[in-house]
Design a protein around this ligand. Sequence first.
Ligand SMILES: Nc1ncnc2c1ncn2[C@@H]1O[C@H](COP(=O)(O)OP(=O)(O)OP(=O)(O)O)[C@@H](O)[C@H]1O
Length: 257
Amino acid sequence: MGNEAPKLTINNLKIRYITKEHSTLAIDNISLTVQDGEFVSIVGPSGCGKSTLLKAVSGLLKAESGEILLDGRDVQGVPDSVGFVFQNDALLPWKTVVDNVRLPLEVKGLNIKEQTAQAVSLLDSVGLKNFEQYYPQQLSGGMRKRVALARSFAYDPDLYLMDEPFGPLDAQTRVKIGSAFLKMWEKVGKSVLFVTHDIEEAIVLSDRVIVMSKRPGRIKAEFTIDIERPRPYYDARFDARFKELQKEIWDQIATEE
Ligand SMILES: Nc1ncnc2c1ncn2[C@@H]1O[C@H](COP(=O)(O)OP(=O)(O)OP(=O)(O)O)[C@@H](O)[C@H]1O
């Protein structure tokens, strides 16, 4: 085991929401792995259990049955080696942009000079040079997402869990942020489990795309994205192989709606 085990292993996972009125089987018998350094995206119809799957991996939901292993080991609670970027950017409104990004570096014990230098450099990578001293409420939604991305790279987890991290944004901003994100990820090469409703985004970013069925979510199909890296974020979608994959994945999802 040890180093040989995948970064993330999910075996026969079943998750049910129980409220006073209803019992809802959200996901049923999901098994998947994410290897060290692999980028895996999950797509599927609305309500199929994509967010539920991520919440379970992040330790926020308990499974009815099945197991979730990190580096081959069972995890309890919220593991340190996992970082999240969810749709809500969750920046601290009373802290400046640079202080929001510095926070994980402070927790790691870097001195203030190193914290600031790294935070400024990460902000530069996401196109926010000169916005260091702004407060989150002085930024647009797209800019706040960039800050959240910079902060997640500052945290530098072994496994990134990302739930629609670029949504809801206009198409142009989405492409710009996606492109900055892909460049940063190509440098660090950590494992990612990424949820999106955007098939093009999933293909351009991923090594594998997993399609879930409608609720209760099961794995319906899986595609290896055999397009060479590094990929040009926008222009990759004009590649013939990209178009083939887009059609095949769309056909799988369309039959689920
Ligand atoms: N807290 C909850 N209590 C009860 N049922 C829930 C809860 N959260 C989600 N569900 C149900 O579980 C199912 C899966 O929800 P989930 O949010 O995981 O889907 P999703 O694939 O992420 O959807 P979308 O693409 O629309 O964001 C849905 O039918 C939803 O109604």
